[in-house]
Design a protein around this ligand. Sequence first.
Ligand SMILES: [Zn+2]
Length: 272
Amino acid sequence: MGALFVAALLAGQATCTAAGRTTLHWYGQSAWKIQTPSGGVILIDPWLTVPTNPDRHSIDELSRVDYILITHGHGDHVGDAVDIAKKTGATLVAPYGLMINMVSMLGYPAKQATMATGGNVGGTIDLPKVGAHILIVNAIHGSELTAPTIASPASGHPAAVTSGNPVGYVIKIDGGPTIYDTGDTDVFEDMKLIPMFQHVDLMLACIGDHFTMGPSRAALAVQWVNPTHVIPMHYGTFSLLTGTRAAFREALVKRGIGDKLIVMKPGEDRSF
Ligand SMILES: [Zn+2]
């Protein structure tokens, strides 16, 4: 009886582990892969060729990608989205103006980028292929496309083409965590609205400074959103991004919320 009980318990654990985990992979900068409990795959801001990614074959290694979420039009966020979309058939999720420009200027496959997943701030969109639901939220930033393919004829230099609102995403995963990706942003007081509608289990927060909030302002953002855990991103990629995880840790500790911090390294996986 004892052996049978143990066998049943182990079988139960195995089932639970296989069916119940959400896995996050950080490539570096703001590029994430989320594998949902149902086996679906979401990429966010997929700059997989970011210099800090230790794996130079990340794009080749991708097989299934269901959705690519882009927060805004800058090159370190649009990244390798078009190549990945052509390889995997992934559907684009983006602010509508950015979606239009990614199709017309960058060649994102049009049939994978329709109004069904092109939304805007305040809107919710279901992602049925992965068992997730997103809320699009504000971000205080810019959203220009600056691809070399849209160089100004007069100067030969890339033009900056405004491409909708910059955004963040609150991603509620069926049977898994709710993840808030801030996108590139400063702290702003309306972040307080997010937990009024949905508890955030995991916040992915930019901390690099110069183009976005740095560690001390990001710590205030964490206090307002009040997630269970926060993982810093968008730092350490270039010398201009001076925010560090040590400074972020110190700023969180100063606010009495140092226990929320989880630090990941580019190339690392974490399951929740
Ligand atoms: Zn950025």
